[in-house]
Design a protein around this ligand. Structure first.
Ligand code: ZN
Length: 321
């Protein structure tokens, strides 16, 4: 049995930092609800597909934006996740720190994109603030965390331990994972205990052309994802962590749905629903915080044929968005 984590990073952007108070209401509809002329394909749609198949997802919800725009939109996000019986955990984009109307930390005037740009005490305070905001909005059981843009370091894990958060999902070998200081010289592929926290790395793989890619709906074709899932099961891996976002099913302009990615989500959910004897969608609530794997296996791989098929599919997406 392989534990599959369908993780969705839930966040809002105002497409720049000018006039964000004016732009926020439209941005909220666009990013969270995914309004397009053909219907809404944002977070509620995605969660309806997952919940409709009786599957479980983990929504890493970014709450710092609410220190600028108020609690109501955050409460709306929390409600729409909880009413579909999905799980809420904490995400944190530090780009909001200097935009906040609350003094989150002392040095809050400069914009810093990544959590690793803050010292241990600042990280600890920001994580505590995120947990508190989510709790006030109705998400009471926060046991896991993911840093915005995977921009974490070893201090992040220490800050999580200080805040009694037992799980982290910020390690991405394709981004800052190798430079995070969390696992020097060894790629984290499976859950591992580091700095008192259980790290669940994002699943990445080497494609048929040798490029490292992440298990994400917009980054790999369904054929690739299916092969990787079977391979991970065959190799008796412990966890398979898939990444999505609230706006994952939209085109890059966020104005129209991306039919290719929508089909991938449906195929993934059909597959996980059909193969419950092999794959179990899981979360971090009520999970025992122990990581038995000491030796890390190599990265998963896909074949040249599946990579070429994906390149055709990606070209189609770009040509017919
Ligand atoms: Zn994010």
């Amino acid at each position: 049995m392989l534990d599959v984590f369908l993780t969705i990073d839930v966040e809002i952007w105002c497409d720049g930092w000018e006039e964000i108070d004016r732009k926020f209401p439209t941005a909220f509809r666009k990013y969270i609800h995914g309004d397009t002329r053909r219907g809404a394909f944002g977070l509620p749609y995605q969660l309806d597909v997952i919940a409709g198949h009786g599957l479980h997802s983990v929504c890493f919800v970014e709450p710092l934006f609410s220190t600028r725009f108020g609690a109501a939109p955050l409460e709306e996000i929390v409600d729409l996740v909880l009413e579909r019986e999905q799980e809420i955990q904490a995400h944190l984009h530090t780009e909001w720190v200097d935009e906040s109307h609350m003094p989150l930390i002392e040095n809050n005037k400069e914009k810093r994109q990544y959590l690793f740009q803050f010292n241990l005490e600042e990280q600890s305070r920001l994580i505590a603030a995120a947990i508190e905001l989510l709790k006030h909005a109705g998400a009471s059981e926060i046991t896991a965390f993911r840093a915005g843009s995977f921009g974490f370091n070893a201090d992040t894990l220490r800050a999580l331990a200080a805040n009694r958060i037992p799980f982290d999902c910020s390690y991405n070998f394709n981004m800052f994972g190798p430079d995070s200081g969390v696992s020097p010289g060894v790629a984290l592929v499976e859950p591992a205990r580091r700095e008192g926290v259980c790290e669940y790395p994002l699943t990445v793989f080497r494609d048929g052309l040798g490029k490292i890619r992440q298990a994400q709906l917009t980054s790999c074709s369904w054929a690739e994802m299916e092969r990787l899932l079977w391979r991970a099961l065959h190799e008796k891996r412990k966890a398979f962590v898939i990444l999505s976002h609230n706006f994952e099913l939209l085109s890059p302009s966020k104005c129209s749905p991306d039919d290719v990615v929508i089909r991938r989500l449906h195929k993934l959910c059909d597959f996980l629903d059909r193969n419950r004897d092999c794959f179990r969608t899981s979360g971090f609530r009520n999970r025992e915080a122990h990581c038995p794997i000491e030796k890390q296996p190599p990265l998963l791989k896909t074949s040249v044929a599946t990579t070429i098929l994906r390149l055709f599919e990606q070209t189609y997406r770009r040509r017919y968005p």
